[in-house]
Design a protein around this ligand. Structure first.
Ligand code: XIL
Length: 378
């Protein structure tokens, strides 16, 4: 009984015991953009029925949080492991979701062998091109016609607009980006292709990404959208900064996707980065809400989240997808980033899988405005 009691309490207090009401997030946002979430493999099994319920009721787009990164897909050269990725794509198809792949070329979560030869020396540009082509062709080709869009290149440009000095850049120069887009397009001519990055509201980065978009297009390469990750917090960026970048990318001639949205409710060590190598050591004062979010902070969080959602809705002509980086607070990566071991509250659903006030407010406001629009049309 001792063991069962906490589970019983969780079940009774959870939203699963509340009535299943319509509309949901995805139905309320249906004529605006896809509303998505990142998934981890255990969420696909259906064993976590509360998560399963939230995912299938509220979201119509999914992206894999980790299982399609190169270190998981090709841990050793030529040895591909597709089990989790296959399950992820199947899940999207079974639930009629817009399935995005994440990500083909990224300096992080990449297997050690990718840049080196047997003696541990950097490979030549020719060998790296061949490895990129083989990885991209195999992965994109496997899900041809099933995955609808790919984050082709992730996080290649710095806040000041310079190129990240990754091994891709050191060995191939700027050319690695057009090459990745070319290989992906050759592997599936129908699939949408995206450039994805964090801190996309920094003016230097914004200008460099717009230049990149224009250059890819000028060369006749396909690029459909720019992905603005959006790992933000209570201190920044401002709505105006974020909006300036939405406008700039749209003007550069691509769609905009908000691809990894979450908003930390905790004190920020820097306020503005999502570079995963910047983990800062744990400090008690940086983890103040281990027993729950005080009402005043929760109200501020909901208000700021609502402002962001309204911003995205106002730009629905340019924004085709808004994806949250996770389902509920308990399994968000922000509990471990940028400081390990914190209790954070960054997502739309809380630790009991209940919708936060912003979700209900959003649904109500959208339902009312959709109704008004329908009756005007009549
Ligand atoms: C994160 C995952 O959420 C974590 O589980 C993992 O340990 C590290 O990567 N930018 C990205 C995502 O493009 O792939 C990262 O995801 C978060 C930052």
């Amino acid at each position: 009984m001792k063991r069962i009691l906490p589970i019983l309490i969780l079940l009774l207090s959870s939203c699963a015991s509340q009535k299943h009401y319509e509309p949901t997030l995805k139905s309320a946002l249906a004529d605006k953009f896809y509303i998505g979430t990142a998934l981890s493999p255990w969420q696909l099994t259906g064993r976590d029925s509360l998560a399963h319920d939230v995912i299938t009721r509220h979201f119509n787009a999914i992206v894999p949080e980790n299982c399609m990164k190169s270190m998981y897909l090709q841990p050793r050269e030529g040895e591909f492991r597709f089990r989790d990725a296959d399950a992820f794509v199947r899940f999207g198809e079974e639930h009629d979701m817009f399935v995005t792949g994440h990500c083909l070329i990224w300096h992080s979560q990449l297997p050690d062998w990718f840049f080196v030869d047997e003696a541990g020396r950097d490979v030549s540009p020719e060998v790296l091109r061949q490895r990129m082509r083989s990885h991209i062709t195999t992965v994109v080709g496997r899900y041809k016609g099933r995955i609808k869009g790919w984050d082709v290149v992730n996080e290649a440009i710095m806040e000041d607009g310079s190129y990240r000095k990754s091994k891709f850049y050191e060995i191939l120069g700027e050319e690695f980006i057009p090459l990745a887009f070319q290989y992906a397009h050759e592997a599936d001519p129908e699939v949408e292709l995206y450039y994805n990055d964090y801190n996309m509201y920094f003016p230097g980065k914004r200008e460099a990404v717009c230049r990149l978009v224009r250059e890819l297009k000028a060369r006749g390469l396909r690029i459909d959208a720019v992905g603005m990750q959006g790992h933000i917090d209570m201190f920044g960026p401002s709505i105006e900064e974020f909006e300036a970048s939405i406008n700039a990318y749209a003007e550069a001639g691509v769609k905009v996707m908000i691809t990894e949205f979450d908003m930390s409710a905790l004190p920020s060590p820097w306020h503005r980065s999502a570079n995963i190598s910047d983990t800062i050591s744990y400090e008690q004062r940086m983890n103040p809400y281990t027993q729950g979010l005080p009402e005043a902070v929760s109200a501020q969080w909901n208000e700021r989240m609502m402002q962001y959602m309204q911003l995205f809705i106002a730009h629905a002509d340019d924004i085709t997808r808004v994806t949250l980086w996770g389902v509920c607070d308990g399994n968000s990566w922000r509990n471990g980033f940028p400081i390990r071991g914190r209790t954070d509250y960054p997502l739309l659903f809380d630790r009991q899988y209940c919708p936060k006030p912003v979700v209900n407010q959003l649904i109500e406001e959208l339902t009312a405005s959709n109704k008004r629009a329908r009756s005007k049309r009549k």
